[in-house]
Design a protein around this ligand. Structure first.
Ligand SMILES: Cc1cc2nc3c(=O)[nH]c(=O)nc-3n(C[C@H](O)[C@H](O)[C@H](O)COP(=O)(O)OP(=O)(O)OC[C@H]3O[C@@H](n4cnc5c(N)ncnc54)[C@H](O)[C@@H]3O)c2cc1C
Length: 586
């Protein structure tokens, strides 16, 4: 097997992976950095982000406001020391992007423009029209090209971490165009593999978001933290799940039920805001969990409109006018016309809540270090945790930058402390084992299960039982079903047994990742007998700080269901309180 030797291997070339690579190259030009990605970097999901990135920049805002919004929005499950680090570092990172060429949108006086975003009580979301992620990723990608020490392995699929002597020392990856397995020996690994929303049938997530990074770390013995917290974004297109950014509401769009009523006022979310004004009151800009839950209640009351894809509410932007829509929300207009045949300039657009983001992920400390020596994690695959039980829109892009850089600095410190390559023979045998598993999967015959069949059952189970509202019975059913699906996964057979770009093989491996992550979601959700943020239980409707002001940690147990234990939340100065969105923005 061909071996690549490097100092730091980074899995993932989205926002988090690229930011980490640049920080490493800057920290020490002598370090060899290998960036591994299953897609060309610009196809990473970060590219799809629309709305923007949060960071304090305006004189009426403060780090304390950003801290309080994030901690309250996360229903007090965030680690407050990590949130402090995020809000302090955010403005520097966003200005750094500006210096690298990111074309942030501007106010008339030339200063950086910011827009309101859900759950943020001040305007602090930097944006580049509604293509913020595209511009951020482009900026990072082109900057990374300056550094000769960053070697890229594009279209390589990571399959396993190599662990020896209690340290992560590299990984195995399939070169997709040849089907050959490579071992990548590294003194440290940074996992930046992104989210796992594809476990669900309706999602804003791109097809590559299958939780591989989480699954790789989990199987190597690192717990997955807070996996029960899955974010629904209130405004996806019912036909495809494609996102219409929260910026639609930030710019003044409103949500209506079938009677034309702005129904959020009936769910504890503030007085009416006059049409045509930016939405500075919280009604449409309540946090995502609350707005999605309000949809669920309205649906049960029969107040939603019926579409051929199921019930939907209406997102009305007509009063913004064509000029503003074209300037601030051009992609939203394009997508509404292309995917729904509706022009937001003339008609309200049907939307529904769709799975958007995983608050949970690989357990790391505030330095982005996992409990496994030599393994660091950042971005959506990691849980540091700054998002708690519910992420606020526009904090994720900021998190990628702040903690992507932090993971790089921690990895560099780890290398400087003398981390060396371990026993060659042991690593070689680990890599051979990984290769043998993939060969067996390709060559297997007589399998009874199909990939598409298992995937459909997994998605259906999660949608039915682990969605916006959950119950003990439903979650128990999901746990049993997912355990069964993991067993049946051992009997899938691939149609394509060739080597070159074998997408059948890659999808099978992705399904394996999703099943492991899905089980961690369901088991963690069943164990958490309270309602908090995005985890709402019909049988335990109250938040229970006495028992559950804690992070869940799901530990991989091979074929058995994961074991869940708990870790205290870091509280520095904000004691749990009531999440109040009735007062309006300041
Ligand atoms: C439609 C949409 C809009 C959004 N809008 C916003 C917004 O406006 N503001 C905001 O803050 N957040 C937003 N988010 C959330 C945010 O964009 C994501 O959380 C974030 O971009 C994730 O970045 P990442 O670097 O962690 O992962 P990604 O950008 O998803 O990159 C993951 C990388 O890992 C690689 N990878 C994965 N598995 C493997 C494997 N097995 N082998 C090799 N490589 C692998 C992929 O190739 C890819 O390069 C949005 C999300 C979506 C889906």
């Amino acid at each position: 097997m061909e071996t690549v030797r490097t100092d730091v291997a980074i899995v993932g070339a989205g926002g988090a992976g690229l930011r980490a690579a640049i920080a490493l190259a800057e920290a020490d030009p002598k370090l060899r950095i290998t960036l591994i990605s299953k897609v060309y970097p610009m196809r990473s999901h970060t590219c799809a982000a629309e709305g923007g990135a949060a960071g304090v920049i305006k004189p009426d805002d403060s780090l304390e406001h950003h801290f309080n919004d994030t901690v309250g929005g996360g229903d007090w499950l965030c680690d407050q020391d990590a949130v402090d680090y995020l809000v302090q570092e955010a403005p520097r990172e966003l200005i750094q992007l500006e210096h690298w060429g990111c074309p942030w949108s501007r106010e008339a006086d030339g200063s950086v423009a910011v827009r309101p975003f859900g759950g943020m009580k001040k305007q602090r979301t930097w944006f580049a029209a509604d293509k913020s992620g595209f511009h951020i990723l482009h900026t990072l990608f082109q900057t990374s090209l300056k550094y000769p020490s960053i070697e890229r392995l594009d279209e390589y699929y990571a399959t396993e971490l190599l662990v020896d002597e209690g340290r992560c020392q590299g990984l195995t990856a399939i070169e997709m165009r040849s089907g050959q397995m490579r071992q990548i020996r590294a003194r440290a690994v940074i996992m930046a593999g992104g989210g796992a929303g594809r476990m669900f049938p309706f999602t804003t997530n791109g097809a590559i978001k299958t939780g591989d990074g989480m699954a790789l770390a989990y199987r190597a013995g690192v717990p997955l933290k807070d996996m029960e917290f899955v974010q629904y974004h209130p405004t996806g297109l019912p036909s495809t799940g494609t996102l219409l950014t929260e910026a639609c509401r930030g710019e003044g769009g409103v949500l209506l039920n079938k009677h034309g009523r702005r129904f959020l006022q009936d769910y504890g979310m503030s007085p009416e805001t006059p049409l045509g004004k930016p939405v500075l009151k919280t009604m449409e800009l309540g946090p995502r969990d609350r707005v999605s839950q309000a949809f669920w209640h309205e649906q049960r009351k029969g107040n939603m409109i019926a579409t051929q894809w199921g019930d939907a509410m209406l997102l009305d932007m007509r009063h913004l006018g064509e000029k503003k829509i074209n300037e601030r929300l051009p992609l939203v207009r394009d997508m509404s016309i292309s995917y729904m045949g509706v022009d937001p300039v003339t008609d309200p657009v049907p939307v529904r809540p769709v799975v958007h983001y995983m608050m949970g992920g690989i357990h790391t400390d505030i330095r982005a270090a996992t409990p496994l020596a030599g393994l660091f994690a950042a971005g959506e695959c990691a849980c540091v945790s700054i998002n708690g039980a519910n992420r606020l829109g526009s904090n994720s892009l900021t998190e990628l930058l702040v903690f992507g850089r932090r993971a790089a600095l921690s990895a560099a410190e780890y290398l400087a402390s003398g981390a060396r390559q371990g026993d060659d023979a042991a690593l070689e045998s680990g890599a051979q084992g990984a290769q043998a598993k993939v060969r067996e999967l390709i060559q297997r015959t007589g399998g009874r299960e199909t990939l598409a069949g298992l995937r459909r059952e997994m998605m259906h189970t999660l949608e039915q039982n682990a969605g916006i509202y959950r119950s003990g019975d439903g979650l128990a059913e999901a746990c049993a079903k997912l355990a069964e699906l993991r067993r049946r996964y051992a009997a899938i057979e691939l149609h394509d047994k060739t080597n070159v770009y074998n997408t059948d093989l890659l999808q099978a491996l992705e399904l394996g990742s999703m099943l492991d992550c899905a089980e961690a979601v369901a088991v963690s959700a069943l164990e958490r007998k309270e309602s908090r943020g995005a985890h709402q239980r019909l049988d335990y409707v109250e938040r229970d700080d006495a028992r559950y002001l804690k992070h869940s940690l799901a530990h991989y147990q091979g074929e058995a269901a994961p074991r869940v234990d708990y870790l205290d939340v870091v509280i520095t100065r904000s004691q749990p309180g009531v999440r109040d969105y009735s007062g309006g923005h300041e």
